[in-house]
Ligand binder design. Structure first.
Ligand code: CP
Length: 309
């Protein structure tokens, strides 16, 4: 049986192209399972998973929980805002207390970059990074590439532009790594102030003009402006950002080719994308969410398989 080359999912940076293919093939199977009348398999009946969310989440938190329940794992959910973290307990003490209750795997979202890697070095459990600050969001990138593969048949050779706040985005970084591993051509587009200075080292093209970027691409992944990670303003006003980088139907209609529109959510309708575009036939935003369950089932299943061996 094929296995992943890693024992934890901390970032796409640690994966190989073969790992991603294995995750996709496993997700294909689970996608078929979750569309059956009985959506559950007994694969992880003996596994207990803790979901630790130190930062807000809708899609990631719920889809991990659904994925784990579809695999018949036992699940406990931890929200930092209602925990003893508020009384000063450290991350390691918190997790070790949870692990004492015989937990096998931890899914963690944390506002600090590197938190998942730190945890993996200090506790004895499989760790899945559900987003660590502006660093990585590996399962989002996997479900994004999986959704492109589903829509266009392959990721290899496709031109994908990631638009918006690249500087503060863990989705952008993980997507760049995943898309490049799978052979896509990647461009980032946004105001210069929101493009990281190290971008050249990532081997992507950079474009500040949205029309030119969209004219080039097969797929546009529209990102939210991450106001919660900004200590200063990076552009004059939201209205001016929207005028330059907001995706409208008029812009889409003016392109020479049809493109696929993606968004990791949460969407700020009327800022980076209009409702008309977000709800259009070009958009696969809800397909991304559906695929998130299959991808998270696949990742959880493949890492849990390594616990038993
Ligand atoms: N895409 C994503 O990570 O959404 P949530 O913050 O709602 O989990």
């Amino acid at each position: 049986m094929s296995t992943l080359s890693v024992d934890h999912l901390l970032g796409i940076k640690d994966l190989t192209a073969d790992d991603i293919q294995l995750i996709f093939e496993t997700a294909d199977h689970f996608k078929e399972v979750i569309n059956r009348p009985i959506k559950k398999v007994p694969s992880l009946r003996d596994i207990t998973i803790a979901n630790l969310f130190f930062e807000n989440s809708t899609r990631t938190k719920l889809s991990f929980e659904i994925a784990q329940k579809r695999l018949s794992a036992d699940v406990i959910n931890f929200s930092a805002s209602q925990s003893s973290v508020k009384k000063g307990e450290t991350l390691i003490d918190t997790v070790n207390n949870i692990l004492s209750m015989k937990v096998d795997m931890v899914v963690m979202r944390h506002p600090k970059p590197g938190a998942a890697d730190f945890l993996q070095q200090h506790v004895n459990a499989r760790i899945i990074n559900a987003g660590d600050g502006a660093h990585e969001h590996p399962t989002q990138a996997l479900l994004d590439s999986y959704s492109i593969r589903e829509k266009l048949g392959t990721v290899k050779g496709k031109k994908v532009v990631i638009v918006g706040d690249i500087l503060h985005s863990r989705v952008a970084l993980s997507n760049i790594f995943a898309l490049q591993l799978l052979g896509a051509k990647v461009m980032v587009c946004g105001p210069k102030s929101l493009i990281p200075k190290y971008i050249d080292a990532l081997g992507v093209d950079v474009e500040t003009n949205l029309q030119k970027a969209l004219q080039w691409c097969d797929v546009a992944n529209m990102l939210r402006v991450q106001n919660e990670r900004m200590l200063v303003s990076y552009f004059p006003s939201i209205r001016e950002y929207t005028q330059q980088y907001g995706l409208t139907k008029t812009i889409l209609d003016g392109l020479d080719q049809e493109i696929v529109i993606m968004h990791p959510g949460p969407i700020n309708r009327g800022v980076e994308i209009t409702s008309e575009v977000a709800d259009s036939k070009n958009a696969i935003i809800l397909d991304q969410v559906e695929n998130g369950v299959a991808i998270r089932m696949a990742v959880t299943y493949l890492l849990a398989s390594k616990i038993k061996t």
